[in-house]
Design a protein around this ligand. Structure first.
Ligand code: CTP
Ligand code: CA
Length: 225
């Protein structure tokens, strides 16, 4: 296989990667968020650059510094992430959605800080759905032959849930990993199974997030028209 430099198999390709986790503001000081660190998405960006790609990384609320040679677009909410990814995807050969996108956002944003009222119980929090970016990218491909990849973290029935999700989202590849209290979030290593729309199943043993990233790019490169 050789080194990344020897196998510049992504040269001339533009790839888009989303990373991190969206935050959905409730008021000027509060948000609904998730535990995604952005490490997997940043590793995908670094490995793609090493293999010769032009990379756009849409990073949601990640503290990580911009990797060398990567065009980073920083966003906050799911709606902002959608806009940035859809724009970057217009001329992309592949899009990898590694970001943890909030499924819902508060139905209303309070312009002023929400105060607790004396002796009153809190109001229930009303939520509305966010756009499903992966399903949208997969269903309305910006270019013929564009490869779309999703990530899914599951706690139970990992493979069955992954297969159903792949079919529902209509992406080409879905990277499924099992999560729990101490698994994956913020960790340096990852372990996954990559499911293909063609029925393929590629297990990736526990290892650095770079190793999983390289396996994902291998599978993407195989699918380029
Ligand atoms: N995703 C997305 N837009 C959303 C939600 C998820 O693009 N509004 C993407 C994620 O970036 C990921 C994939 O879809 O690549 C799977 O996310 P996941 O949360 O596992 O899927 P959901 O359809 O939201 O299913 P669940 O009900 O299990 O959360
Ligand atoms: Ca979700």
């Amino acid at each position: 296989r050789g080194t990344a430099e020897e196998r510049a198999d992504l040269a001339g390709r533009h790839v888009v990667v989303s990373a991190g986790g969206t935050r959905e503001p409730l008021d000027p000081v509060r948000f609904l968020g998730n535990r995604s660190s952005g490490k997997q998405g940043f590793a995908l960006a670094r490995t793609a650059v090493a293999r010769g790609a032009r990379v756009t990384l849409v990073a949601a609320n990640s503290e990580l510094p911009a990797p060398a040679g990567v065009d980073v677009v920083r966003v906050g909410t799911a709606v902002q992430l959608r806009e940035a990814v859809v724009e970057a995807a217009a001329d992309a050969d592949a899009v990898v959605m590694a970001a943890a996108v909030a499924d819902f956002r508060p139905a209303v944003y309070a312009e002023g800080k929400i105060k607790k009222r004396k002796d009153a119980e809190p109001e229930p929090l009303a939520l509305v759905r966010n756009p499903d970016i992966l399903a949208e990218l997969s269903t309305d491909r910006a270019r013929a032959g564009q490869i779309v990849v999703g990530f899914a973290a599951e706690t139970d029935d990992v493979l069955a849930n992954g297969r159903a999700k792949l079919a529902r989202k209509r992406c080409d590849l879905l990277v499924v990993n099992e999560v729990g209290e101490s698994k994956t979030f913020g960790a340096e290593e990852n372990e996954a199974v990559v499911l293909g729309a063609d029925g393929s199943e590629t297990p990736v043993p526990r290892g650095p997030k770079e190793a999983l990233s390289d396996r994902v790019w291998d599978l993407v490169a195989l699918r380029f028209p």
